[in-house]
Design a protein around this ligand. Structure first.
Ligand SMILES: [Fe+2]
Length: 464
């Protein structure tokens, strides 16, 4: 009895302290989901589940991305395993099969330690009509494969368009659930991919056959709609011990992007316009200090964004700037310090990141007031700031990041350690409906959703 009664004042003190902290806003964070997923390990699917297509030298690992700055071009990429030829894509507009066009590819191959790639083809087709279905064929004889895609509507301020968003996908059974859920949702028109693709670097000598299997894995989506690529740390493949000194070697051979169309000097950072969105892709693993190529490019990029043409300004980067998970905590901090003032000045709407294997959505906050003496180093609500979304929950073999910091910081609106993907449905220049879909057993369950208001045209406060 004595022991019990001595605890009561202490409990009361803790309760008062908790309420006090809440009242002064020191632990006024949002929600931490209580959903607990089944805890099996995420294991890679065996290679047998990624069979190559049938037929001699059949084209495989087919994927497309935007091929110019405005969406009137497409880069079509594929691999022929045995012979360089045919190195051509044949394509035609829906209903015009008698008016076929041909474009030859740029063909590459590379060695990585004891691995030799197949012939990797990239064909850029241009001057496509807007909002039009195209068919394309690759291969010859008994190994012809046909695919299709639809070009985006002409760029304009009120053009509706829906993006899917995935990151850190890998090739486990959980990765398959994520991709299958995305593919089964008919709304997605293009994917914003947030980096960390194949996780081949988890294998001895970064076994690049896992880059091939990943290319086969994503084909069911990536051959039919563009995936807009961001590079992550698992694309670095920098291993001096096995004399692999060229960072991003497999990634840059396999995944081409239209970086020159936005005057970038590197495929690791670039921009595209698509429908009513202006999408800027940054590289967390390339230099971004003052005067570096990436810094200079981004500085020159913001003045080019015309919100009367593309109201939605979206940035993709691998390492998040606001992350309240213990995993990778503050890894994005130095890039935030360099670039966040520009993001606030230019009213960026949304910043998507991956890297942390969980889901998190921030409040609209900034942290740009700090100098040595004023002590203002806490994120504050800021209507000109972006919302930061971490979607590093594709399902790779490293598993979930399920250790959050407590108390939940005030900048964090919602967080959950589950696998899943997101969708962003832009409706017009003012409104976009965003949803994050958790992999819940065999279903995709919408676990977080919000109407985002455009920062330039309708900078009101959102509520989820
Ligand atoms: Fe990562």
């Amino acid at each position: 009895m004595l022991r019990k009664s001595s605890k009561l004042p202490a409990m009361g003190f803790i309760t008062v302290l908790f309420l006090l902290l809440h009242s002064v806003g020191l632990c006024s964070g949002g929600a931490t989901s209580q959903y607990v997923r089944k805890s099996e390990a995420s294991i890679d699917m065996p290679l047998e589940l990624f069979p190559p297509p049938s037929g001699y030298n059949a084209p495989e690992q087919v994927h497309i991305t935007q091929g110019d700055h405005v969406g009137e071009g497409a880069i079509i990429s594929w691999v022929t395993p045995l012979e360089r030829h045919p190195n051509v894509v044949t394509y035609w507009e829906e209903g015009k099969i008698n008016q076929k066009h041909k474009t030859h590819s740029i063909t590459k191959s590379y060695r990585y330690y004891n691995y030799s790639s197949g012939f990797i083809h990239h064909a850029t087709i241009k001057n496509l009509k807007c909002d039009t279905q195209y068919f394309y064929e690759l291969g010859k004889h008994n190994a012809i494969r046909r695919f299709s895609f639809t070009t985006p509507p002409k760029v304009g301020p009120d053009v509706p368009y829906t993006f899917g968003i995935m990151g850190d996908l890998g090739q486990t059974y959980d990765s398959k659930a994520t991709l299958d859920h995305y593919v089964s949702n008919p709304k997605g028109q293009a994917v914003l991919f947030l980096g960390d693709l194949s996780y081949a670097d988890h294998y001895p000598f970064h076994d690049n056959t896992r880059w091939d299997s990943w290319g086969r894995f994503i084909e069911k989506s990536a051959a039919y709609q563009p995936w807009i690529w961001t590079a992550g740390n698992h694309e670095l493949d920098f291993v001096p011990e096995i004399e692999e000194y060229t960072p991003f070697k497999p990634y840059m051979h396999r995944y081409h992007v239209p970086y020159r169309a936005s005057q970038s000097t590197s495929p690791l950072w670039y921009s595209v316009k698509r429908a009513s969105a202006y999408i800027i892709v940054l590289s967390s693993y390339s230099a971004y200090g003052k005067y570096t190529p990436q810094y200079t490019w981004l500085q020159q990029e913001f003045p080019k964004v015309n919100r009367a043409e593309t109201p939605w300004l979206i940035v993709l980067v691998h390492s998040p700037w606001y992350n309240s998970n213990n995993h990778h905590f503050m890894e994005g901090e130095s890039m935030r310090v360099m670039f966040e003032p520009w993001f606030v000045e230019n009213k960026v709407d949304l910043v998507f990141a991956g890297h942390v294997h969980c889901y998190e959505r921030s409040e609209r906050i900034s942290n740009v007031k700090y100098n040595i003496t004023n002590g203002l180093s806490t994120p504050v609500k800021d209507p000109s700031a972006p919302v930061y979304l971490t979607i590093g929950d594709g399902g790779n073999s490293e598993g979930l990041a399920d250790s959050f910091t407590y108390p939940q910081p005030s900048y964090s609106a919602y967080r959950e350690a589950s696998f899943g993907h997101a969708t962003l449905e832009i409706k017009n220049r003012t409104h976009a409906y965003y949803a994050w879909h958790r992999n819940q057993d065999s279903n995709a369950v919408t676990a977080d959703s919000i109407w985002f208001y455009n920062r330039y045209w309708y900078p009101n406060e959102e509520s989820s």
